[in-house]
Write a protein that binds this ligand. Structure first.
Ligand code: PEP
Ligand code: MG
Length: 605
């Protein structure tokens, strides 16, 4: 899927309107599509904000209760319609059902209707806005906050659809079109398997939001986070969406359409070529193997990972099991999820990371203290050690899952050796408890630490004596070493993994691991950049883990360069004064050879 038809009518339409307004969004799923837009109406403008008389209050509240019931029913129907390959998404729908019955929402809505005399639609919209605001100000890079706000908006939309008398405008496209919506539910997105959608544009969302993840799984180009999409695009407008750059061009000129179609064809040919080699081993041009694994958040992504040639799961962020729900996940529930992931990639290994909650990762099932600096507070292993029963439940589920394939357990945000020792003691206890019940499990489960706090990087030689493996989390290592909030948009330029201080820490950790013969991998976002990936191999890494969709292109990048070249590059980068010099060096040495990978398509094809 991808390129639209270049019909005479679409060309005429393009010529009749002012050409080429470009809206900027976030590249959600790669590829370029051209075609007429199908705009799914904005429910927020489909009702009047109205004060109600006291005699209407009970009636309005009854409308809300009925809307909750119908919205729940529509979520059940969505789960049933979900294609089998995306069935894991029903977990998200379950979470939405819980949110629909959340007292925090109900109490607010009731207050607004009873005390402020607002109509049901107005009360629901305002309550959702207030709950969203409780998550704090979102930024483009702050995936958790953006996604949680997005979930609240989705639930509010379901209620509004019922209240405004539109119990779910289904997408029925009679010809290939580009769907433009404020947001798309997982079921709407999954439904695109049957609808001839050329691509999606949404007003909200991030690269890691559900729409983007599913669009990538379905290989449909998508641009998300285009705030003004609904006010700037009308049904029938010809649009170009570029899921490589995040640009959306409305009513393009004939030349822009021609250019986009060319790029679409180039991207498709390029993606096909990369995918056709996805199951080939990843070796440098001189034959040294480098293992590429996948980072996953949703269990459905494990299938995607195996499909993109991942050599296992290098990071499963288990915290996703704890969010958007009112009770902690049980041992059995976790065991089933871990087992499904292990079986999806077996015999390749799976690294299960114990929950990383706190900081910017909020889960209402934990009572987190209000802290001035949550990123420096009760997060990840620190939180886990204060809740040994919750933690032991997770560890037992992991131990049981180890009976189904190779498993490693990894601890996030470790800063002191005593934390590793405490977790090891709890893991031993969990193993004993599982054994006492007569349940099967692996004889040995490696226990490793994430290296994402500078203290741990500096003490890597000490950690290497006791940790079975390391995984460098550069997203946090950058945040903590450079003292730059990873969610800050205004300081995003300072938060570079190419800063020589970060390269020196990575190098030091690789050396400490090498001296003790401990495996070391890297699972921060840095691994999915072709230039950085080559630099990392030069710094000594032979295992990288990244989002599944990036694996084919990183494999291709590594295949084109020799270890000698990468090691020379790393030596020169380590000697640089600043990140600008490192980036200039990468561009000079590698960019000409990796140009097609950096652009997302083969410009010479
Ligand atoms: C990291 O910090 O680099 C990492 C992989 O962990 P997360 O992004 O989940 O904090
Ligand atoms: Mg981290």
């Amino acid at each position: 899927m991808g390129s639209g038809e270049r019909t005479p009518s679409s060309m005429a339409l393009a010529a009749a309107r002012p050409s080429g307004v470009t809206l900027r969004g976030i590249a959600g799923s790669p590829g370029v599509a051209v075609g007429p837009a199908y705009v799914v109406g904005d429910l927020h403008s489909a009702f009047q904000k109205r004060h109600v008389a006291s005699s209407e209050i009970d009636g309005e509240l009854a409308r809300v209760s009925k809307a909750v019931e119908e919205a729940e029913q529509s979520l059940v129907e969505m789960s049933e319609r979900m294609p089998v390959a995306l069935r894991d998404t029903t977990q998200i729908l379950e979470a939405y059902k819980l949110m629909l019955s959340d007292p925090a929402l109900h109490d607010r809505v009731e207050h607004k209707v009873r005390k402020e005399r607002k109509c049901a639609e107005w009360a629901v919209t305002e309550s959702a806005e207030e709950i969203s605001a409780l998550f704090g100000a979102p930024t483009e890079r702050d995936a958790y906050i953006v996604e949680r706000r997005h979930d609240v908006e989705f639930v509010c939309d379901r209620l509004l659809r019922v209240l405004v008398g539109d119990s779910g405008p289904r997408l029925h496209l009679d010809r290939p079109m580009i769907v433009v919506a404020r947001d798309l539910s997982p079921a709407d997105t999954a439904g695109m398997v049957r609808e001839p959608a050329l691509g999606f544009v949404t007003c909200v969302g991030s690269r890691t939001s559900h729409t983007s993840i599913m669009a990538r799984a379905l290989e449909i180009p998508a641009v998300v986070g285009v705030a003004d999409a609904l006010s700037r695009i009308d049904t029938g407008d010809v649009v170009i969406i570029d899921g490589l750059t995040g640009d959306v061009t409305v009513n393009p000129s004939a030349e822009q359409i021609h250019d986009a179609q060319l790029r679409s064809e180039q991207h498709l040919a390029f993606a096909r070529r990369l995918l056709s080699a996805r199951h080939e081993p990843c070796t440098t041009s001189c034959g040294v193997p480098v293992s590429l694994a996948a980072n996953v958040e949703l269990p459905a992504e494990a299938i995607l990972a195996a499909d993109h040639g991942a050599q296992g799961i290098g990071l499963y962020r288990t915290e996703f099991l704890y969010i958007d729900r009112s009770t902690q996940p049980s041992e059995d529930e976790q065991y089933e999820v871990y087992r499904a992931i292990i079986e999806a990639v077996e015999p390749q290994p799976v690294t299960l990371r114990t929950f990383d909650i706190g900081g910017d990762k909020f889960a209402s099932t934990f009572e987190l203290p209000a802290e001035m600096n949550p990123a420096l507070g009760l997060r990840a292993v620190r939180l886990a050690l204060t809740q040994p029963e919750v933690f032991l439940t997770q560890l037992r589920a992991m131990v049981r899952a180890s009976a189904h394939g190779p498993v490693r357990i990894m601890i996030p945000m470790v800063s002191r050796i005593s934390e590793l020792r405490q977790v090891r003691a709890l893991l031993d206890r969990a193993r004993q408890e599982v054994a006492d019940r007569g349940q099967p499990h692996a004889a040995h489960i490696p226990l490793g630490t994430m290296i994402e706090v500078p203290a741990a990087a500096l003490m890597a030689d000490v950690f290497a004596r006791e940790a079975d493996f390391f995984s460098l989390g550069t997203n946090d290592l950058v945040q903590y070493s450079l003292a730059v909030d990873r969610a800050s948009q205004s300081l995003a330029d300072l938060a570079s993994a190419h800063d020589p201080s970060i390269l020196r820490l990575i190098h030091r950790v690789c050396e400490a691991a090498r001296q003790r013969g401990r495996p070391v991998s890297l699972c921060g976002a840095m691994a999915s950049n072709p230039l950085s990936a080559c630099l990392l191999v030069g710094l000594g890494l032979r295992e990288l883990s990244m989002e599944a969709a990036a694996i084919p292109e990183i494999k291709e990048a590594i295949r084109r360069v020799s270890v000698v070249e990468m090691e020379q590059l790393a030596r020169d980068a380590l000697a640089c004064d600043g990140k600008e010099d490192v980036e200039a060096l990468l561009s000079l040495r590698l960019a000409p050879r990796l140009q097609d990978l950096l652009a997302g398509y083969d410009a010479d094809a």
